[in-house]
Design a protein. Sequence first.
Length: 409
Amino acid sequence: MAASPAPPQAPPKPTWDPPTASPFPWLRPTIRIRLTLLYGGMFLIAGIVLLSIIYLLAAQALNVGSDLPFKITEGSVTSNTCNLPSKASPEVFNSAMNDCVNEQRQHALDSLLSRSLLALLGLAVIAFAFGYAMAGRVLSPLGRITRTARAVAGSDLSRRIELDGPDDELKELADTFDDMLERLQRAFTAQQRFVGNASHELRTPLAINRTLLEVHLSDPNAPVELQQLGKTLLATNERSEQLVEGLLLLARSDNQIVERKPVDLAEVASQAVDQTLAEAETKGVELRGRRAPAVVQGNGVLLERIALNLVQNAVRYNVAEGGWVEVTTEVEPGQALLVVTNTGPVVPAYEIDNIFEPFRRLRTERTGSDKGVGLGLSIVRSVARAHGGHIYAQPREGGGLVMRVTLPV
């Protein structure tokens, strides 16, 4: 009797953990800090060079180490500073006088050096503070540009920089950015108009086709071949309706959510599980998992679409027998998590990025599948990004996937 083959091993796990923020954001080498260090460092180097030149000139002027310009030939000299011999020959006395004068000159140079270093240190602090203030004033237009860009990232395309002042490089950059925003707003408005028109133009004929097909299928006297053809056309029409709805939702969810309300991910996930329960029982898939309260700010309908798409995919792409799907929610520092884990076929690590692309499935064609239209995970990623979150996928040991959605709290 042949031995049963070993279960397939999952490929190596990819790195999917979100990047962590720097623990010291104030140490980030911003342009302002670099300009401050540049200006202050140049001033400090110039001050050190100037101090060295002054010290050398003062030492040369004082002639440290040179002989006295006079000689003592007779008589006596007293001093409260120098330790002069009371009785000595003129040569010894002159040597003592020369050593004393040189010592006083050296003391004067040392005092000049120490006081100059203290003055240089004080001026360096003032120079760095002045350089920091001036760098902030020079770079203030960049801060204005950054704030406008952040507002635009929040779907406020009506914002403009409108920078005034001299016609320099920063004003040219701001004007160019305003022109780009104007073009983006026109393109976005045209896209919204197209989505609205497409919503009407595409839904209406599909709804009419569905109604006509249902009317013909309700005729009990219709031939069997015609009923079979009608069912096939009705399934194709339903698939087209799903495709249109998915495309419209994908187009609407590619932008930031402006109006946000508190939404509990645990409640959203539970509703998704309830809606998928009948399909899971039909396929023999067990739904389980502990869902802790995790409140985020966002759109409840779109967040429910995230959970529903993930749970439906986990149920449909599962094993034939003994399959399960685990749906959990929890809160971590700064973020809420929705994790959907399922059994299923082994997913290669190099296929992880492809499953989020529209109309892409694992080892299946774009058409001819009854599992969906290939937009589920694309919609999930788009909605997560619109809420400022991310979705990460990881192959599970033994087959299946671990889908991890992180949203800011």
